[in-house]
Design a protein around this ligand. Structure first.
Ligand SMILES: [Zn+2]
Length: 503
């Protein structure tokens, strides 16, 4: 808004643009670094890039003593150069263009003034909106890697007619209206009706595009596949990308956790003890015959490997105990067990060598020690509760499961490597065993764990038999005493009646 007489420089001040009509120099972007990381030429084929990556990844793998940071750099370089769409964006605008989806971070002033003037040199114009589509994929497709041909409709700009500057507003997108009020002249800016404020006139048409969506082997749920500049065209910049977001569909048999696969099978006790061979058709259609090692016993898995954090540390609890001889490493003003455990396993005390903690009077004291040291230092202490971290090696044993090595999903960035296939066995026990077989079975299965000191016929010993019962049904029989009191006419379902004392 301007007041006063029409200034002679008005046109310039409003729409003239910067000296020279162009934009200031863009900062230099590095588009060679990632090629250097992989040691390939800028015009290397995707095969050459893949080969170079594999060589470097094997050589620099942290498991083989390679430097972690160097390995990450290599991974990152391949993540971009190994993906055609990302590589293209990198070649144009460096890493920033890949990370930020391109076009980001440019001078807003240049963008504002650059309207209707076409693209200047190598600098990038603004980018249109991305079109994001979910794409359902099955585990089979992720296992094998696959392609889907998809058709979609996009708006393109009629190239024949081209983009013209709006003649009504001169490309400004706005018109200036002059309102005189006595001696005052007021300038008001209004959006141009002819071009809707875009400053340009052009014709749009709908066009069908066929896109071949490649689902890479081992792609995680939510993986994105980009098609550069395949979204609706915009007159003053490059089209946005079409992005497919993979949505992994649940499989009736195979469950996934990272690159590992899990299935469940029921076996008999005999199979658990004596071994067996089973058929399995893999997700990529191969037939496997899975055999147990002769003499190996299959034990039931007591936890859910797909459940919440089975890898978290477990603690042994000792009431009325402390480790007074061990030095305090940290103190917390809480006795909240979950908080204390979490602090050690993933919070601020993680990696500090905490081996036990003691809760007493609303305070918790953490000690730096090994499990062994904690157990040695353990001493009776009234009112204190001692929590000792179980030896991670020992708890690892309780997590062991049967698995077929290398039969999981291929790894996304290294499809020549694979996760593992775990089988959770449920063991069906026989309902009874013939009495005649017991001596032979006892001999085979080894010494008992429970040895009774009393004998049948001993004085003051009652002999009772174990029998199979349903605790749910048993609990339903239970009738609390108060209920009897409130509902005296009910009669109830038998059982012992408890009389309430009434005065
Ligand atoms: Zn206009």
């Amino acid at each position: 808004m301007f007041f006063g007489g029409l200034p002679p420089g008005f046109e310039d001040a409003f729409g003239g643009g910067m000296p020279g009509g162009g934009r200031g120099p863009r900062k230099q972007v590095d588009t060679t670094k990632l090629y250097d990381v992989l040691g390939v030429e800028k015009n290397a084929s995707s095969d050459q890039i893949k080969k170079a990556y594999r060589k470097l990844a094997v050589k620099n793998h942290p498991d083989k003593g390679g430097d972690v940071e160097a390995f990450k750099e290599i991974q990152k370089a391949f993540d971009i150069l190994g993906d055609d769409a990302k590589r293209e964006r990198y070649d144009q605008g460096g890493e920033e263009a890949v990370d930020g989806g391109g076009g980001g971070g440019m001078d807003p002033f240049a963008e504002m003034m650059g309207r209707g003037r076409g693209r200047a040199g190598a600098s990038r114009a603004k980018k249109g909106e991305n079109m994001v589509h979910p794409l359902k994929v099955t585990l089979d497709q992720i296992m094998k890697g696959s392609s889907r041909t998809l058709r979609l409709t996009r708006k393109v700009i009629d190239k024949q007619k081209g983009v013209e500057q709006c003649s009504s507003c001169g490309g400004r997108g706005a018109k200036i209206q002059t309102i005189r009020m006595g001696p005052m002249i007021q300038q008001v800016q209004k959006t141009c009706d002819a071009c809707g404020g875009q400053g340009m006139m052009y014709r749009q048409e709908k066009r069908q595009e066929t896109l071949e969506v490649h689902i890479p082997k081992g792609a995680p749920d939510g993986h994105k596949v980009h098609f550069s500049e395949k979204a609706d065209e915009i007159p003053d910049g490059e089209a946005g990308d079409v992005v497919f977001v993979l949505q992994e569909q649940p499989h009736p048999e195979f469950k996934r956790k990272g690159d590992d696969l899990f299935i469940e099978r029921e076996i008999s006790l005999s199979e658990a003890l004596c071994g067996f061979a089973m058929d399995l058709t893999t997700l990529d259609g191969r037939k496997l015959l899975i055999k147990t090692e002769p003499g190996e016993v299959i034990k039931p898995v007591a936890y859910d490997p797909l459940g919440e954090a089975p890898e978290s540390a477990t603690w042994s609890v000792f009431e009325n105990s402390d480790c007074p001889s061990l030095e305090n490493a940290a103190v917390a003003e809480t006795e909240d067990l979950a908080v204390c455990k979490k602090a050690v396993s993933k919070g601020q005390l993680k990696g500090k060598g905490i081996g036990c903690f003691v809760c007493r009077n609303g305070k918790t004291v953490f000690k730096q020690c090994t499990t062994e040291q904690a157990m040695e230092a353990k001493a009776p202490s009234s009112g204190a509760t001692l929590y000792v971290l179980q030896d991670p090696e020992a708890t690892k044993d309780t997590r062991m499961m049967m698995a077929v090595k290398g039969e999981g999903l291929p790894r996304l960035k290294a499809p020549f490597e694979s996760g593992n296939l775990f089988i959770k066995f449920t063991i069906e026990f026989p309902t009874s065993i013939s009495v005649a077989d017991l001596p032979a079975l006892k001999k085979l299965l080894g010494p008992p764990k429970i040895v009774a000191k009393s004998k049948e016929g001993d004085d003051e010993v009652e002999v009772v038999n174990l029998t199979s019962m349903d605790p749910v049904a048993s609990f339903k029989e239970y009738q609390p005493a108060e209920e009897e009191h409130e509902d005296e006419g009910g009669g109830g379902g038998g059982g012992q009646r408890v009389q309430c004392a009434q005065q």
